[in-house]
Design a binder for this molecule. Structure first.
Ligand SMILES: Nc1ncnc2c1ncn2[C@@H]1O[C@H](COP(=O)(O)OP(=O)(O)OP(=O)(O)O)[C@@H](O)[C@H]1O
Ligand SMILES: [Mg+2]
Length: 353
């Protein structure tokens, strides 16, 4: 297994049981994540995009062990966080693994989350210094007088003066609260950060400041990111590679340049067709998707995207496409990607581009 992979996800499934009123659970399941293979390399920022309900947060929560997967394997560094026992990988012994809270503790320090809503994620009764120091104490990052120093240092690293440590979250703006949330995460010296829509609750005017802060921290601290976002422009700017999710399955993965300028899956094309390109050499027409994203309880058979796909043929309703290498580092799950790519290239040639 490649050593440069920090987070390795194989065949990940998370099915949520569906509650049926007061009578208990229905046999139906919400297939939030339905067979995802994903590798996040050390030091990279991997962007996860897809419509609401496509399973982005659930993947992040499975990695952080906040929800227990239904099946698959998750490895973080040299530790297996979850295995259903059915997979063998790099000489690992089979047999199910799901780390206990105690076993997970050292890993939890290594992997932190930046939440979407900084107001909801910071306890309004606590002083911000206490909020940041809480994890430092719990995980014994430093002790004694060094706790206060570490707290002040990490706050200042995130652009908040240590002199403000005794203030409470309510005294700060949204952008400052997000800085405090980032400081809390960084206080544990993590290697890996899940940033789940970290900008979407912020004013547009401060979004770029927080993005720049995360970029600086990423460079100076060598952090690895899973960056979850609806905002495709942000993902393009911040991420080295992108995975596109549709109803719990990856439709395409590749470098940001591949996904944005050379998308192969009809869903990716539609998703990114809404972003105007600065590069006049890349022409694209806006593609309007038909219909709504179907329910994850009753997903369409075959390719889950087929009812909304302009290019679907009978095979698409019958057989689930697997993610295959289209070119090195660029994978797509579509039965027709070759024909469609040839057609797009032909059209481009006809336009004289
Ligand atoms: N705890 C839960 N119990 C039941 N269903 C859940 C639970 N958490 C998520 N789901 C369902 O799983 C699916 C995926 O949800 P998830 O939150 O991962 O999507 P998402 O891509 O993060 O969406 P958004 O962009 O809106 O944040 C949705 O259908 C959601 O309703
Ligand atoms: Mg989400």
């Amino acid at each position: 297994m490649a050593d440069d992979v920090l987070v390795d996800i194989r065949g990940l499934k998370k099915y949520f049981p569906l509650r049926k009123g007061l009578s208990g659970f229905s046999p139906l399941k919400v297939k939030a994540v339905d067979g995802v293979d994903l590798q996040i390399r050390r030091g990279e920022c991997f962007g996860l995009v897809g419509e609401s309900g496509s399973g982005k947060s659930t993947i992040g929560r499975c990695i952080l062990n906040l929800v227990r997967p239904t099946a698959g394997l998750i490895r973080f560094g040299d530790k297996i966080i979850f295995s259903d026992g059915g997979l063998r990988s790099g000489g690992l012994k089979s047999g199910g693994i799901h780390l206990s809270y105690k076993e997970m503790l050292p890993l939890r320090r290594d992997m932190q989350i930046i939440f979407q809503d900084p107001t909801a994620s910071l306890d309004p009764r606590m002083r911000i210094g206490e909020i940041v120091a809480e994890g430092i104490k719990k995980h014994r990052i430093v002790s004694g007088a060094d706790i206060e120093k570490k707290t002040g240092d990490v706050l200042e690293l995130c652009g908040i003066s240590r002199d403000l440590s005794s203030r409470r979250p309510g005294e700060f703006s949204g952008g400052q609260k997000q800085r405090i949330g980032i400081a809390r995460a960084l206080a544990l010296n993590p290697r890996f950060i899940v940033a789940d829509e970290p900008l979407s609750a912020l004013d547009v005017s401060v979004q770029s400041q927080i993005l720049n802060l995360m970029g600086d921290l990423r460079r100076t601290l060598g952090l690895t990111f899973l960056f979850i976002s609806h905002d495709l422009r942000t993902v393009e700017y911040f991420c080295d590679r992108i995975g596109v999710l549709y109803l719990g399955a990856l439709t395409e993965t590749g470098s940001s340049a591949d996904i944005i300028d050379k998308p192969l899956h009809p869903y990716t094309r539609a998703l990114f067709s809404s972003i105007p390109r600065d590069n006049p050499g890349v022409k694209r027409r806006r593609i309007q998707l038909k219909g709504e994203i179907p329910s994850a309880i009753n997903a369409p058979p075959g390719c889950k995207f087929h009812p909304r796909c302009l290019h679907a043929v009978d095979l698409c309703a019958q057989k689930t496409p697997v993610l295959e290498d289209a070119e090195p580092g660029h994978q797509v799950a579509c039965h027709r990607w070759r024909e469609l790519a040839a057609a797009v290239n032909g059209e481009t040639a006809a336009l004289g581009i």
